[in-house]
Ligand binder design. Structure first.
Ligand code: UDX
Length: 440
């Protein structure tokens, strides 16, 4: 089949490359001419395992091309995937739909009769219905469907090629048939396909993210109680997660979630539910958000207490800047929020990250940075472990103890081997495991 993919950011570039890989002829479209030139030369704007190889292969074969022209796209194909961003609005918690609207407005005058526009961006429920009305006036006979993506940063190609489910919100059997053909190779491999109305498909995405965020905040709320009661949140999480109805994933007590999706998606969802008069039903999402943000404050507070009540004149080494390991993304990164707060309260902070230093420096130019862990921890009074990169689990605690001023560790991700660090001479505290009574 011939497809276009409009918007070559994270979702779009991965979708375009994967669609070419399963056999489609794909035209990627973006307004950014520099990005289009880079992609046409096989260079990806984002780092994802396997993406460069897919791009190179399919650009070389001619199955994947890029352009800045929506008109060319409308001429090339009858199926158009919209993958532009839906950030949080600067003036509220709602989603900003200006990019989605601009693409639809730009595409509509050129659409061939019978074309299908398929949204992949995360949008407030009701967006497909609103765009359908717009299409009915300007491009009769064309249709719009919604097909959310569930990819995780760091495993985006794998998640797109091997999805756990496909969710497709359509208004006609014809649209359903088109999307079944697009995804035929995956359906052949047994991937469950949920054909729904568009509103349900839009909601599945935000409901899925809300559930995962709720799970994280739930265990973090429990970790706060554990600290107060002198209990161990890690053991609690393992024992609770062993119930197959609960499951162990996304139940790790720690600094909480960040990134470009969870925080904005739950806020936009709550805002939309309120508009619909159903805000009471999801009022707990505000609490999920609040608990998540509180984990950052609690980490800063615990760090301050471990230093005897003040950061002034202290050195703090920070391990991790990315919002999660395996990514160089620092958008809404809990690690950087904590590092910045610690510095603001008077400490000299030096941050290490294996991948995200450049992005961190751009986002927080005022923080100190180091290219290796010993340099970040040199003369430190406290080391904060904030992003659980696997390499931090392989550090030599004794060697690191030799470079710090005082071997004091706060593991805010519960990912380091506390006994091994204690063996190496460290005093170790961890979120959800350090009884507050024992700290001054
Ligand atoms: C997420 C969803 O997983 C994906 O389906 C959706 O399409 C986009 O948002 P992503 O943002 O890439 O993907 O990250 P994910 O791996 O899901 O982690 C989200 C955040 O939760 C990270 O900050 C992570 O550190 C945090 N997290 C995860 C916890 O704090 N505790 C956990 O137990 C698990």
């Amino acid at each position: 089949m011939r497809l276009t993919v409009i918007g070559t950011g994270y979702v779009g570039t991965v979708h375009a490359a994967c669609m070419a890989d399963i056999g489609h002829e794909v035209l990627g479209i973006d307004i950014d001419a520099e990005r289009v030139a880079a992609l046409s030369a096989g260079r990806s704007p984002v780092h994802e395992a396997g993406l460069d190889e897919l791009l190179a292969r399919h650009v070389a074969s001619g199955r994947l091309r890029f352009t800045t022209s929506l008109a060319e796209g409308a001429d090339f194909a009858r199926t158009h995937f919209v993958c532009v961003g839906t950030p949080q609005r600067p003036d509220s918690k709602a989603a900003d739909l200006r990019y989605v609207d601009a693409v639809v407005d730009g595409l509509v005058p050129h659409l061939r009769p019978g074309s299908l526009v398929v949204g992949k961006s995360t949008v407030p429920v009701g967006t497909t219905a609103r765009l359908t009305r717009r299409l009915a006036e300007a491009a009769p006979g064309c249709e719009i469907a919604w097909n959310p993506e569930f990819l995780r940063e760091g495993s985006a190609v794998h998640d797109t090629m091997h999805p756990e489910r496909l969710v497709v919100g359509v208004s006609s059997e014809r649209a359903d048939a088109v999307l079944r053909s697009v995804y035929r190779p995956m359906l052949g491999a047994g991937v469950p396909y949920f054909g729904t109305d568009p509103a349900t498909a839009e909601l599945v995405k935000v409901a899925a993210n809300s559930f995962l965020a709720t799970k994280i905040s739930f265990i973090n709320a429990m970790s706060e109680v554990c600290e107060a009661a002198g209990a161990d949140a890690m053991l609690l999480a393992r024992a609770v997660g062993a119930d197959s109805r609960v499951g162990p994933l996304f139940l790790e007590p720690g600094l909480g979630f960040g990134g470009s999706c969870f925080p904005k998606d739950i806020r936009a969802f709550a805002a939309r539910a309120e508009e619909l008069g159903a805000g009471e039903a999801v009022v707990f999402l505000h609490e999920v958000d609040r608990i998540n943000t509180r984990q950052r404050t609690r980490t800063v507070d615990l760090a301050r207490r471990l230093l005897g009540g003040s950061f002034t004149g202290r050195r703090v080494g920070v391990l991790g800047a990315a919002f999660k390991p395996g990514s160089d993304d620092v958008r809404d990164s809990p690690a950087l929020a904590v590092a910045a707060a610690v510095q603001e309260q008077g400490a000299a902070v030096r941050v290490h990250d294996p991948e995200a230093l450049d992005n961190a420096r751009t986002a927080y130019p005022g923080l100190g940075y180091a290219f290796d862990v010993p340099k970040a921890c040199e003369d430190a009074d406290l080391v904060l472990h904030l992003t659980p990169w696997p390499e931090y689990q392989h550090l030599d605690p004794a060697a690191l103890a030799a470079v710090v001023h005082r071997p004091l560790l706060l593991d805010a991700r519960n990912a380091l081997d506390a006994p091994a660090w204690r063996e190496g001479g460290w005093t170790v505290h961890a979120l959800g495991r350090t009884p507050l009574a024992g700290v001054s």
